[in-house]
Design a protein around this ligand. Structure first.
Ligand code: NAI
Ligand code: 15L
Length: 268
């Protein structure tokens, strides 16, 4: 049967807030979890991904998990290690112990951020492109994808890892025109990821049907995802303000944008 009750981790964050609004329209009852209280949601579970007992209780009885919680930008290695690497492990362990069979994992374009972005007639970036994390943050998403594969192969827990481009109400940069996923398409993709059968561990790119798309959506469409939106209506204004991307600028030449060129965060 299709999952109904879904634990949404990271529910207080930007994407969590959008999904709290949009996913119930697809028929889900959400249980919410975050490190911070979730505004207007007194029943939300306030817990750290480091708290294994709290996670076990949080996942008990749900049909599936959408895992958004964690650090969503570059940070020191120690912080990424705790929240994204250990935290995601703790969540999968809780899922295994409580028999939850399906996870949707919020991976990121930054798992493959060093990949050159297509120019001219270049083909779209395929889903099998080698991992090229652009940050410790992106590296933690590589770990999450591999953890998902391990928990499928060893324990039969299915995951769809969604390498999200940029999911915000509107694109705010010229780069984002190519990787943008509208919130409504995000909810459509999460719905497809929750309901498609026999996904094992499937990795998909998460974007709308953008005119300027950089990566291939075939594996997402194979789940039943049919994106309805395109960033192009935002293009004229953004290009007028920022100019077209300059292939000679390293921050414009690769999928991960400025994550590729920002100085590393030291010390640990
Ligand atoms: P966000 O930073 O707004 O939200 C993340 C939430 O996770 C926050 O509410 C935070 O309190 C919570 N959190 C952090 N550490 C935690 C911990 N140890 N225990 C429990 N909760 C914790 O990020 P956003 O934009 O909502 O992203 C959600 C997820 O999607 C993240 O995993 C991010 O890496 C991923 N993602 C988002 C993209 C986007 O365009 N918004 C693009 C690619 C990936
Ligand atoms: C991400 O992974 C971040 O979580 C999000 O805040 C954006 O920076 C996005 O990637 C992006 O690449 O635009």
């Amino acid at each position: 049967p299709a999952p109904r009750t879904v634990l949404l981790t990271g529910a207080a964050g930007g994407l969590g807030t959008l999904m709290r609004e949009l996913l119930p329209e697809h028929g889900y009852e959400l249980r919410l979890l975050d490190l911070r209280p979730v505004e207007g949601e007194p029943d939300a579970i306030v817990a750290d991904l480091a708290d294994r007992d709290a996670l076990r209780e949080a996942v008990r009885g749900v049909d599936a998990i959408i895992h958004l919680a964690g650090i969503s930008l570059e940070a020191s290695f120690d912080k990424i290690l705790k929240a994204n690497i250990e935290g995601t492990y703790n969540l999968y362990e809780a899922a295994r112990e409580e028999g939850v069979g399906r996870v949707v994992f919020a991976s990121s374009n930054h798992a493959v951020g060093y990949t050159p972005r297509p120019q001219g007639d270049d083909p779209l970036i395929p889903i099998g492109t080698p991992r090229r994390p652009d940050t410790f943050y992106g590296l933690s998403k590589c770990f999450g994808e591999d953890l998902a594969q391990l928990y499928w192969d060893k324990h039969g827990i299915e995951t769809v890892s969604v390498r999200i481009g940029s999911c915000f109400p509107e694109p705010t940069s010229v780069r984002m025109l190519s990787v943008w996923m509208s919130p409504a398409d995000g909810a459509r993709l999460f719905h497809a990821a929750l309901t498609a059968e026999n996904v094992g561990h499937t990795v998909v790119h998460g974007s709308s049907a953008n005119t300027r798309l950089w990566w291939d959506l075939t594996s997402a469409r194979a789940l039943g995802y049919e994106p309805q939106d395109d960033s192009e209506p935002y293009a004229a204004k953004l290009v007028a303000e920022q100019g077209e991307l300059d292939p000679g600028n390293p921050a414009h030449a690769r999928l991960g944008g400025h994550f590729v060129t920002d100085p590393p965060i030291w010390p640990h």
